[in-house]
Design a protein around this ligand. Sequence first.
Ligand SMILES: CC(C)(COP(=O)(O)OP(=O)(O)OC[C@H]1O[C@@H](n2cnc3c(N)ncnc32)[C@H](O)[C@@H]1OP(=O)(O)O)[C@@H](O)C(=O)NCCC(=O)NCCS
Length: 175
Amino acid sequence: MNYNFTPFPVLETARLTLRALNLDDAKAIFGLRTNKEVNEFIDRKTPRNLSEARAFIDRISTLAENSKGIFWVLESKSNHQLMGTIGLRNFEDEENYAEIGYEIDPIHQQKGFMSEAFKAVLNFGFKELELKTIEAFTHKDNDASIALLEQQKFTLHPERRDEGFENNRSYRKEA
Ligand SMILES: CC(C)(COP(=O)(O)OP(=O)(O)OC[C@H]1O[C@@H](n2cnc3c(N)ncnc32)[C@H](O)[C@@H]1OP(=O)(O)O)[C@@H](O)C(=O)NCCC(=O)NCCS
């Protein structure tokens, strides 16, 4: 698949601007990716300092430049704060397929922000990228994530496995 994310596709929702991550976000990204509540059900390497957060941002920018993934910041329209992130990646695994990942700071949870971001990103994925399938792997006890996925009409595929993450379950949505 030949995606081109230059210029970066900024998406707008009622309350959010979904924009590219940049090095000025290092402190906010460090806070988000080291937040214990955010990480409760996410098995990932967390940055140990700002320089590791900057290295993460560099990797994300390279991913978009190489069309291997796209990662948006959820920025509040009212105060321009970084609230969370959402991204699509692993495009090459299967034809017209992508995996979705998402997180939002606990102070902004349960206010409908991620639902808003999801709608915009799913629309972009299915319409602009012409994806046929978007898949989310989520921990089986991650009630918030499962509620969001069900609200967005993703369905559980119990037969699918997330290699190396035994407790993750697959939720998929078709175009
Ligand atoms: C999962 C997550 C992104 C949801 O974001 P959010 O902005 O709080 O979600 P929304 O407010 O848009 O809510 C979406 C739906 O989920 C439900 N929901 C959200 N949090 C919930 C919770 N803790 N328990 C039960 N339902 C919940 C909402 O009620 C809503 O459903 P409804 O419209 O049918 O009422 C957020 O909890 C999060 O960032 N968690 C930590 C990171 C994470 O686990 N990411 C997923 C990795 S796979």
